[in-house]
Ligand binder design. Structure first.
Ligand code: 3DU
Length: 215
């Protein structure tokens, strides 16, 4: 993913025409648009290719299965036009390696979830986050997903993963700050509701980009 602005918009709307009109409004401010189950299940897989006309698409399918099933899911996402797929690492090395291999076959990126940004991440994921981060590096993933809601943890995770790409959700609606996340080591922030629920998504995206630029 080419870095221009440092902003990835999460498009969790479920209406196809709204998704496309927001994509058009924000296209100059984002390095990628992340789509997930809410939009794809409602609008169909074809929405990925339509959004890819505006910006590279990250398919946030949080893939978490046996290697063969992971491979099939990633393949479908890339063939639909996604440039990257988000996968879980807790299913283990063999599953993650299969995702990375499938990414390579399709010239696509793989991002691995480490610690999530919501409070429930403390129940199971936080104790495993450093190991998941190391596994992502060892398996050759493009990058990881780490929480903007806990900049101190993000900083630790950055120290563990070296220079692989960190994309960081939790900015805005979940309470995290774009500037703090970037300062703590994120390469990109992921912003959903603050942008897509705004009356002026383009202006909101621009505001976040300016905040990142000022750093
Ligand atoms: O909270 P927001 O509306 O800005 O959306 C954040 C997006 O990032 C949303 O699509 C969510 O599913 C995703 N995400 C997290 O919020 C936290 C994670 O740890 C991983 C992904």
């Amino acid at each position: 993913m080419q870095k221009n602005t440092g902003l990835i918009a999460a498009l969790d709307v479920t209406d196809k025409s709204q998704a496309l009109s927001i994509s058009k409004e924000i296209e100059f401010y984002v390095d990628a648009i992340k789509v997930g189950y809410p939009l794809v299940l409602e609008s169909g897989l074809g929405i990925i290719g339509m959004i890819a006309e505006f910006a590279p698409v990250i398919a946030d399918f949080k893939v978490a299965d046996i290697p063969n099933t992971d491979r099939l899911i990633c393949k479908v996402a890339y063939e639909a036009g996604a440039s990257a797929v988000i996968v879980h690492g807790f299913t283990g090395r063999d599953s993650l390696m299969e995702c990375v291999r499938t990414g390579e076959e399709h010239q696509g990126d793989i991002y691995v979830v480490t610690e999530m940004s919501h409070p429930g991440a403390l129940d199971f994921l936080q104790p495993a986050a450093y190991e998941l981060s190391r596994l992502a590096v060892e398996c050759g993933a493009t990058g990881i997903v780490a929480p903007a809601t806990r900049p101190e943890r993000l900083r630790e995770i950055r120290n563990i993963v070296g220079d692989i790409t960190i994309i960081s959700p939790g900015v805005g609606a979940q309470g995290g700050s774009a500037a703090e996340a970037i300062r703590a080591g994120a390469d990109y922030v992921i912003v959903g509701r603050s942008i897509y629920t705004s009356k002026a998504p383009g202006k909101e995206a621009e505001k976040i980009v300016r905040e990142i630029e000022r750093l």
